[in-house]
Write a protein that binds this ligand. Structure first.
Ligand SMILES: [Fe+2]
Ligand SMILES: [Fe+2]
Length: 479
């Protein structure tokens, strides 16, 4: 009888578990799918919140038939503040509107509505941070995809992003924190199409948590990224540049985030941009670079010559400017490097470990949201921790005055697959702010500029074939 009771209980538990799991996901996807049709106009507006120059600002953007729009911001007392939007004409005959809301106070809750023509958005709410401590979620290679087969690929790949964001918000809440920033290291869209960016922004989270994008190689397959992500803080005229994307920077808490377009190979402009950002914010304790191309994992053998070229260009920059952490993507494989200086391991990194005042940079790659890979070639000797999984991965990063704490999780099995703490006891920590390779800069400038021009000729051809009206010399020869 006891055996029967145990067996019955076990079967019941399995049924309940299956039912609960299935029901939780099915309802959520069902609602997502019905909203996709019912709220098509709002989804197509693609409202998104991105960072301003610092925590006193947010940038809010949306598509509109009208070139005249505004954001109405409400403070905690209900007083309204109007911020007029700038308008950029898109190739589709409408406009991308962007308004920068300013003078935000620390630790305050605000709400806002976007208005243009006869349309107005739902009301969204956000909160500013009040000191150096905040939590970001880092993910990469979201790959929302516009693919006619299956028919609803944008809707379905966009749902996976919503699921990851929801899971990350809940995980942060279970640890007593809120998500204050989303960091995305490129390839948000598989073909760089407007429809795909509409999918990226179809969730509510990216209207209330600022999302910092950088451009990936897939994002530049079309020129639509330029019209989607228009207003970026702390840009400079970099001379040679990509037709799509550019470097930009912002400060949050005690961190200078450098969002870099590694599709643009021309290094002279990148160094000028980084020098300018560092001069503008000299006192931030942490320097975190976010760029698309993976340098160190060694997971894809056929890309090793491209990676070697990128290391030659970027390792001296990370050394010279003392990057603490580089968050990257492209390979779709989760890896955390050792502490790297002069293209070599200078200190090992172990899963669960803590490094204090590292004399170099840690490079991280997260897995892809929609296209995780497990068929890896090998692993570089410079990698301290690596995981192969078919699951979606997100990383919660707690930034504070003295530490960066990274915890990586899988979505489906809710496992913590990696963690690392980086501590600094002074602004410099262990960085020497010098590169043994800097004598190479002039040579690299010439080679990388030629590579940039060759790339841009290819891009110019691709974009004109796609019907974009791109000026030949815009980006080809620079300033
Ligand atoms: Fe990718
Ligand atoms: Fe990529």
């Amino acid at each position: 009888m006891k055996t029967f009771r145990n067996s019955f209980a076990a079967v019941l538990a399995v049924i309940m578990l299956f039912t609960c799991t299935f029901a939780a996901n099915a309802v959520s996807k069902e609602v997502w799918d019905s909203n996709w049709t019912a709220k098509q106009e709002d989804i197509n507006a693609a409202v998104v919140m991105t960072p301003g120059a610092d925590e006193t600002q947010r940038v809010i953007s949306w598509y509109s038939d009208s070139d005249n729009g505004k954001v109405v911001l409400y403070d905690i007392l209900g007083a309204d503040h109007i911020f007029n939007a700038g308008a950029t004409a898109t190739p589709d005959g409408d406009y991308r509107l962007s308004a920068t809301v300013t003078d935000l106070l620390p630790g305050r809750e605000y709400s806002y509505i976007c208005k243009s023509g006869d349309w107005e958005s739902d009301t969204y709410t956000f909160t500013t941070i009040d000191d150096a401590a905040f939590t970001a979620v880092y993910m990469t290679d979201i790959h929302v995809s516009f693919d006619k087969t299956p028919e609803n690929s944008v809707r379905d790949t966009a749902y996976n992003l919503d699921l990851v964001l929801e899971t990350a918000v809940n995980k942060a809440a279970s640890k007593g924190s809120t998500l204050d920033l989303v960091l995305s290291a490129g390839d948000q869209a598989s073909d760089g199409l407007r429809e795909e960016y509409v999918g990226v922004t179809a969730n509510k989270y990216l209207k209330e948590i600022p999302m910092a994008f950088c451009i990936g190689n897939h994002d530049r397959k079309s020129a639509d990224y330029n019209y989607f992500h228009v207003a970026k803080p702390n840009t400079i005229d970099m001379g040679l540049k990509s037709y799509t994307g550019t470097d930009y920077a912002f400060v949050k808490g005690n961190v200078l985030f450098l969002m870099i377009d590694t599709n643009n190979t021309s290094m002279a402009g990148h160094r000028e941009f980084i020098q300018n950002a560092v001069n503008t914010y000299p006192d931030t304790k942490w320097r975190v670079a976010v760029f698309h191309h993976d340098l160190y994992s060694g997971r894809i053998e056929s890309r090793e010559s491209e990676n070697a070229f990128l290391r030659l260009m970027w390792a001296p920059v990370a050394d010279e400017f003392g990057f603490d952490l580089c968050l990257t993507g492209h390979s779709h494989y989760y890896t955390i490097s050792n502490v790297m200086y002069n293209n070599k391991t200078v200190a090992p990194v172990e899963n669960g470990g803590k490094i204090t005042d590292p004399a170099g940079t840690v490079y991280m790659v997260s897995g892809s949201i929609n296209n995780p890979r497990t068929d890896a070639d090998g692993l570089s000797k410079n990698i301290g921790h690596a995981v192969l999984t078919e699951e979606k991965i997100y990383n919660l990063i707690d930034f504070s005055a003295n530490s960066i704490v990274i915890n990586s999780y899988t979505v489906e099995s809710d496992e913590c697959i990696g963690s690392l703490t980086i501590e600094k006891t002074s602004n410099a920590g262990g960085h020497s702010y010098s590169s043994p390779m800097s004598w190479l800069n002039k040579v690299i400038d010439v080679i990388s500029a030629i590579a940039c021009i060759v790339n841009n000729i290819g891009r110019y051809y691709d974009y004109t074939q796609l019907g974009f009206d791109i000026p030949l010399f815009d980006g080809l020869l620079g300033k």
